[in-house]
Ligand binder design. Structure first.
Ligand code: TUI
Length: 314
């Protein structure tokens, strides 16, 4: 068993949380991960606030284990979601793509444990000062919206800077990545991309097929010129997006309009012209399997490697 403060804080068996992936992380996936002993998360990015509310209610029926909600702070309905999770009695929140400072007092008053996703030491320190229970430090290997630092250098710097537990994210897909994250000072890991291939994940089959076919060089980052870098699979959509960004005659508004709705089209419809967000480790995802097998493979693999670590010494 891996020692971890996070297991006790969140009431979970294994120190693994599932990424709150926009449009993809719903009650089906979150309850499967929670039932497997990790922490499942429901994304706030869905067909509106009431759709997210429904997913929370469904999840309560599908598991009696702890689960949480991820709030994407740049979404137009973030404020509405922030109140709705209190009404629904959600106990654990992760937040992404910004600072949750304006909501923290209300959430703490409601007894909610808040875990912001951060991408720098400065942001980790700000969040610790707000009284959050942990941070997810997310390296730029991740899929979706990314920061600048990568996991290998981000995790130890954040772990040195804060006293609260650090959950490592970005590029972690199997027992080797998990073991490495614990060695870097993490208390737990967050995994996104591999769970996209889970049997219980409701993304379109085309999305799963693209992840399973991906190789090491299948992802790219677009959106830097817009101040919103996003890692996704290389597709005609992402190539066109990159070309538009490089063309001075194309305005940011035109690029944004081109990108609007592209993730939903990929996740829900399998549209070849959609945005297939995925992390660098997509190339390591080889098959569809139950979420329970994914959790056990990652944690079991890490335990074996950590137990065998003295064997690495001469
Ligand atoms: O939020 C994510 N990843 C996401 S959100 C998302 S939704 C989307 N939909 C359509 C187009 C684009 C995105 C897809 N993937 N990860 C968490 C994360 N948060 N990564 C980095 C950060 C972050 C960055 C800056 C957190 C805080 C921060 O602070 C800035 C500041 O100082 O306020």
């Amino acid at each position: 068993m891996i020692k971890s403060r996070i297991r006790e804080i969140l009431g979970i068996r294994y120190p693994i949380i599932q990424g709150g992936m926009a449009w993809a992380a719903d009650a089906s996936l979150a309850s499967a991960v929670s039932n497997a002993g990790g922490l499942g998360l429901i994304s706030s990015i869905n067909a509106g606030t009431d759709a997210v509310r429904n997913e929370i209610r469904k999840c309560k029926e599908l598991t009696d284990k702890p689960f949480g909600v991820n709030i994407m702070l740049q979404a137009p309905n973030a404020g509405e979601i922030a109140s709705m999770v209190i009404e629904e009695g959600v106990k654990i929140l992760t937040t992404g793509a910004g600072s949750p400072a304006q909501y923290i007092d209300a959430w703490k008053e409601a007894g909610i444990k808040v875990i912001p996703v951060i991408a720098s030491v400065a942001m980790a320190l700000k969040m610790q000062a707000l009284g959050v229970v942990a941070v997810v430090a997310e390296g730029a290997e991740s899929g979706g919206h990314v920061g600048e630092l990568h996991t290998m250098s981000l995790i130890p710097q954040v772990a040195d800077a804060v006293d609260i537990p650090v959950i490592a994210a970005g590029g972690i897909c199997d027992g080797r990545g998990a073991a490495a994250a614990f060695m870097l000072g993490a208390d737990a890991i967050q995994v996104g991309t591999r769970f996209l291939s889970a049997e219980e994940c409701t993304v379109h089959q085309n999305y799963k097929d693209r992840i399973i076919k991906a190789t090491d060089i299948s992802t790219m980052v677009t959106g830097k010129t817009l101040g919103h870098p996003v890692r996704s699979l290389k597709t005609p959509f992402s190539n066109t997006f990159a070309k538009m960004e490089a063309d001075p005659s194309v305005t940011p508004e035109e690029i944004l309009a081109f990108g609007t709705g592209a993730l939903r089209k990929a996740v829900r419809e399998g549209d070849p012209n959609g945005s297939y967000m995925a992390g660098e480790c997509a190339g390591m995802v080889k098959k569809t399997e139950p979420a329970k097998d994914i959790v056990e493979d990652i944690i079991g693999g890490a335990e074996k490697l950590l137990a065998a670590a003295p064997g690495l010494l001469a």
